[in-house]
Design a protein around this ligand. Sequence first.
Ligand SMILES: [Zn+2]
Length: 378
Amino acid sequence: MKTIAILGLIMLLCSGFTGIAAADDSMNMAGAVQDAMDTLGVTNETPGLCVLTDAGYAKVNGETTQGCIETIRKETGCSIGDGNLLPIHRSVNKPLWFAIFDNATKDCVYAVYKNGVFTATEINIAEENVTTGDGWNATKKALGADAFTIACIANAWGYGAPYDFLKCAEIHNHLCPGLTSGYLIVDYIRENYPLGPGESYTWIGCPNWCKEDAIQVLLDLTPGKKGMVVKQRSKELFVKEKPLAGILIIWNDTAKSGRGVAFQYDWGKMCNLSDTNLTDFKPPGGKTNPLFWTVRIKGSLGFIPYINQSDMFVSLASDEFAVTSEQLDRVKMVGVDPYVELGLEEPTEVRGDFNGDGKVTSADALILLQVAVGKITL
Ligand SMILES: [Zn+2]
């Protein structure tokens, strides 16, 4: 009886330990990776290979997929440690996929697991291809919803983008000029505002854009831990050459006082250096227009040579100012404009905003109507 119980326990433990490998085997992950390598004409000895995958985030038949990362490492020779196996963050609701990129030819094989099988496609994703309208459409057709992710991140890796920059792209699951601006802002902060004893950062991303994800990754400032507050402010972001980017507060918990400074970001200079036009970022037709994507890829890749020159793009939008604990609490609250709260801008009155909610709505029209019929006075 005892022996049976022990045997049962051993079997249970073994099935637990091999559960991931079994799921991996049933998908024939190794076979799919090998097929992709054969299509590319490469082996695990070929230099200049990079693999992107959402394994570890995606689930297959209710099982997590981290075992696939190990299979990819074994079959391709690419590893997280060597910086050429990039786990791309995705929702658990998305299918499992991997893409093998050969930097020598810029060929890429993309395989996605759906309905119990891997389906693979090969496409050349050289920058000169994916940044033309036709080239983008072909890439989109081959790689579907993962086209932008793979085209920009694989090429950035091929151009020698720094590893911590690629870490930001992994979480953001694409690379774009907005994310780049966040990387540069962090570089500027670390250079000019290093933390002293007892100090910590709070970042107020206002207006928020893709940069916040880079700041979150690099400085571990997250909304959940309240080190980051994001607030939208201006809808005219991409038509402004040098918009406000956010406010850094350095809080000293020993002295119970803080200091802050506001930043702006030079989109205009970024466009000049990457040979892109600011207006192309919002083309007619939006995301249905290939230009929406091609300008972002061009802007991101054209920027890599300047990635360590934050001084060229990031500048201060204010002098350093003192921050009280009450102000630190208030700037995080709903309905508070942090620039006004910290004395950096005058409050703006919205014409026609009678109820003071900062916008003109039907509620304001109703108030005006009541004034007209003499029911109330303003
Ligand atoms: Zn982005």
